[in-house]
Design a protein around this ligand. Structure first.
Ligand code: WQD
Length: 320
């Protein structure tokens, strides 16, 4: 089997490519290098530089490399940015997937793993967010990923391919400095940057209905997230084509509040983490924690790293 990994030079894609390549799965990276880094592509893994919206380029790569499955990471992923440039998010995230599915239909590829997101749960109040919840995204980013899941559900029936969508919760850490997330868009890199600059961390919201008033999220180690992709790829390679169409949460099932995260950063770094509580961000839910029974039951996967390990690995990658 050979897997085309779109966005494979990106933060999460590169962690998955590294593991698939190491276990002997044939992979080909397809990336426009808009945010991806060539240095993240392992020796011996072919890199095709291209735009996933260019269906002919995707078809050519599939044919040239005898691709039998597509791991589709390539997309824009910032919630606040998606609210500022929505058209670009629909064009790249939905348009990109339309092109991928068009290429799959054209070439008879029979397996897809799709990067989805917990952001599509919006303000769902449930203690554990489970895959069959009726959801109402409140960001364009989340909306583009929900559309993607529905697009796969319908087109897979017409074209007979299998697909798995993985809904990422809050991803933390990196295997190495080269693979770390270079966009300082999420809580932990924001905290590390504040430490480097001697600035005060702004805790966005202290009046949520949570034990300490700060927001609760399900933080997951990038190594666990990458492993979930390997499990999904192996599963699709093992079952008959067209027989699977599923959505899975990828999280730990455990929630951590912002103040608990700051506590873990203090423990790991040995540094004080000056912070102040400020207003909530518009649209921020109090809590977003994964229900993780389905992925464990169907794919036998569970997260293995705890918050302290995530923070320690993220700090090591940040400092290097
Ligand atoms: C985490 C917590 C904030 C910044 C994102 C997006 C999306 C998805 C999951 C991929 C919240 C608090 C934050 C700050 C703070 N990833 N915070 N001070 O919004 O939970 O979700 O990650 O699909 O990228 O949905 O992540 O890191 O922005 O916030 O107190 O300066 O940290 O209120 O409780 P979020 P985040």
């Amino acid at each position: 089997m050979t897997w085309l990994v779109t966005g494979g030079a990106g933060y999460i894609g590169a962690h998955a490519v590294k593991r698939l390549h190491a276990k002997g799965t044939n992979v080909v990276v397809f990336d426009d290098l808009s945010t991806g880094l060539v240095s993240r592509v392992p020796e011996g893994v072919p890199l095709v530089v291209g735009d996933v919206k260019d269906q002919a380029a995707v078809v050519a790569a599939i044919k040239e490399h005898g691709v039998t499955g597509v791991l589709h990471f390539a997309a824009r992923k910032s919630v606040p940015e998606s609210m500022k440039i929505p058209v670009e998010y629909y064009r790249d995230n939905v348009g990109g997937l339309v092109s991928i599915v068009g290429a799959i239909a054209e070439t008879g590829v029979e397996r897809v793993v799709f990067s989805s997101t917990a952001a599509l749960y919006g303000l769902a109040p449930e203690e554990f967010l489970v895959e069959d919840l009726v959801v109402d995204p409140i960001s364009v980013y989340g909306e583009t990923k929900l559309i993607g899941e529905r697009l796969l559900r319908f087109t897979s029936k017409t074209h007979g391919f299998s697909w798995i969508a993985l809904r990422y919760f809050n991803v933390v850490g990196a295997d190495s400095p080269e693979l770390r997330d270079t966009s300082v868009g999420n809580l932990i890199p924001i905290v590390f940057r504040a430490i480097d600059r001697g600035e005060t961390v702004q805790v966005t919201g202290g009046d949520f209905p949570t034990p300490d008033g700060s927001g609760i999220r399900d933080y997951i180690h990038i190594a666990d997230l990458a492993d979930a992709h390997v499990v999904a790829v192996d599963h699709l390679d093992a079952v008959a084509a067209g027989s699977v169409g599923e959505v899975y949460n990828v999280g730990t099932g455990k929630g951590s509040s912002v103040l608990e995260v700051l506590g873990a950063v203090r423990e790991v770094t040995g540094l004080p983490v000056p912070h102040e509580v400020v207003d909530r961000r518009p649209g921020d839910p109090a809590r977003g924690v994964a229900g993780v029974d389905k992925i464990r039951r169907d794919l036998g996967w569970t997260a293995r790293h705890d918050l302290r390990e995530m923070v320690a690995d993220a700090w090591a990658a940040w400092r290097a």
